[in-house]
Design a protein around this ligand. Structure first.
Ligand code: LLP
Length: 444
């Protein structure tokens, strides 16, 4: 195992995260358990914020893409670190507001925002809504008119950039469900459309080309396309680009097939974007826009691990050895969705050499319920504590109650101390919304 920023192996041979012994965490809080290192999250937020401050005179804002991990505590951390957030649903908006997050630093996304979500955003007075369709521009205009307001918006544009990542997390190819396309002219007609609305104020554009992307070139091409387009819109409609939101998408380490970037290293992505914005804006004679970036995965991904207890072990000689854990696709559906790869570590024997190739399986009634396929581990025994690394992003946020399994709790480690930030679910929680119609009630 590579020791990393958040993780180390202590003198007992146990895995530690943020100074807390994972074996102790498992015995105190039980498993499965999501564990987050607060220091890492804060550090990532700071790296992004300070890079924008230093290299772009602070003429911008980092938005934490909270779909990666949404709960009230993480919004408190983002607020304390002086950054903004993006939300993609009424549920995320509600959670952020409930945590006391300042509405003006909230940006709302989504390819099909519902009427009530737009209404809630307007009532809260959020900073900006990123419109993704003509019907949304209409809705925002109408809802703003009802409230006697003018709402700032950006248009999500699709620059048609193919990034090297899983097809399901690419978002800027021509056939994407997201955004107005530059290629087919809808980005231009949506600009004209929005400029004609009374109760929306078009401030600029947003683009997001995909997720888990390492190469900087795709981001740079997207910047260039956006600014070329903005220059054209200035010429044709006199529209002045004030804000440019470049989305998120920077890759993280899951296994040694991925690059390992130290938190400070992520500054390079922001610097590459800034250089591209400056060069292109100068070439086109545009003033520098207020710049937004929206990293999600890179802020929380490597900050989190999941702890499990090893249960059944099934060895099929010459075929496969399954190590089943007490979690599965209900806490981490990413293998089932994207065949994603992870690095597991035996947390109670982290100093032992790996001697076996195994497949980590979940407990759901489904063959595809796997966490990591063909990974190396020391010889695991029932009762061992298994840590799966880099599970901080898109694990808890995509968790579900399949098979009526309970979504595991989340704990936050700060200087070696751990506290709940999301409490465990109970069977009662999972049954909370069930209703038995009168006619189906058991009578005898
Ligand atoms: N901004 C927008 C508009 C987005 O759609 C996303 C991610 C982000 C920012 C943040 O991207 P990040 O920095 O986290 O890569 N469930 C998938 C990932 C879906 C990403 C959706 N959008 C997964 O588990 O890999």
């Amino acid at each position: 195992m590579n020791e990393r920023e958040t993780l180390k192996i202590n003198e007992k041979g146990h895995l530690e995260i943020g100074g807390a012994d994972c074996v102790d965490l498992a015995s105190k809080f039980g498993t499965p358990l999501y564990v987050f290192d607060e220091a890492y999250i804060r550090k990532m937020m700071r790296v992004y914020r300070e890079t924008l401050a230093k290299k772009y005179d602070g003429n911008g804002l980092v938005l934490y893409a909270s779909k990666a991990f949404s709960c009230q505590a993480v919004y408190r951390i983002a607020d304390e670190e002086n950054i903004g957030i993006d939300v993609v649903s009424g549920g995320e908006l509600y959670t952020a507001l409930k945590a006391g997050f300042p509405a003006e630093k909230i940006y709302m996304h989504g390819n099909n925002k519902l009427d009530y979500e737009i209404g809630e955003a307007l009532d809260a007075g959020i900073g900006c809504i990123v419109a993704d369709a003509y019907s949304e521009i209409d809705k925002i205009d109408a809802e703003a008119a009802k409230r006697g307001k003018t709402q700032k918006i950006l248009l999500r544009i699709n620059p048609g950039v193919e990034a090297h990542t899983h097809a399901f997390v690419q978002t800027a190819t021509t056939d994407s469900k997201f955004g107005f396309s530059l290629a087919d002219g809808t980005a231009e007609s949506a600009t004209a459309y929005a400029l004609n609305k009374k109760h929306v104020r078009l401030e600029g554009y947003h683009c997001h080309i995909g997720s888990q992307i390492f190469e900087k070139q795709s981001f740079v091409i997207a910047v260039e396309k956006c600014i070329d387009f903005a220059a054209e819109m200035k010429q044709k409609y006199g529209f002045l680009l004030q804000t440019l939101n470049l989305g998120g998408g920077y890759g993280i380490w899951y296994t040694d097939e991925d690059k390992k970037i130290a938190p400070e290293g992520y500054a390079e992505y922001v610097e590459a974007l800034i250089e591209a914005v400056k060069a292109k804006a100068a070439e086109k004679g545009l003033s520098l826009p207020f710049l937004l970036i929206e990293p999600g995965r890179s802020i929380v991904g490597e900050a989190g691990i999941t702890l499990y207890t090893v249960g059944a072990i099934k060895d099929i000689p010459a075929v496969k050895k399954y190590i089943a854990v007490d979690g599965g696709m209900f806490d981490n559906p990413r293998y089932a969705l994207y065949q994603s790869k992870y690095t597991p570590v035996l947390a109670n024997r982290a100093d032992e050499e790996c001697t076996e190739i195994v497949t980590i399986a979940g407990k759901c009634c489904e063959s595809g319920d796997l966490i990591a396929v063909n990974v190396s581990l020391p010889k695991a025994e029932t009762g061992d504590i298994l840590a799966v690394l880099s599970t901080g992003a898109y694990n808890y946020s995509m968790a579900m109650n399949y098979n009526r399994n309970m979504i595991p709790p989340c704990i936050l480690v700060n200087a070696g101390k751990a506290e709940y930030i999301v409490k465990p679910q109970s069977y009662e929680d999972v049954n909370r919304n069930d209703v038995i119609p009168e006619r189906l009630k058991k009578t005898k």
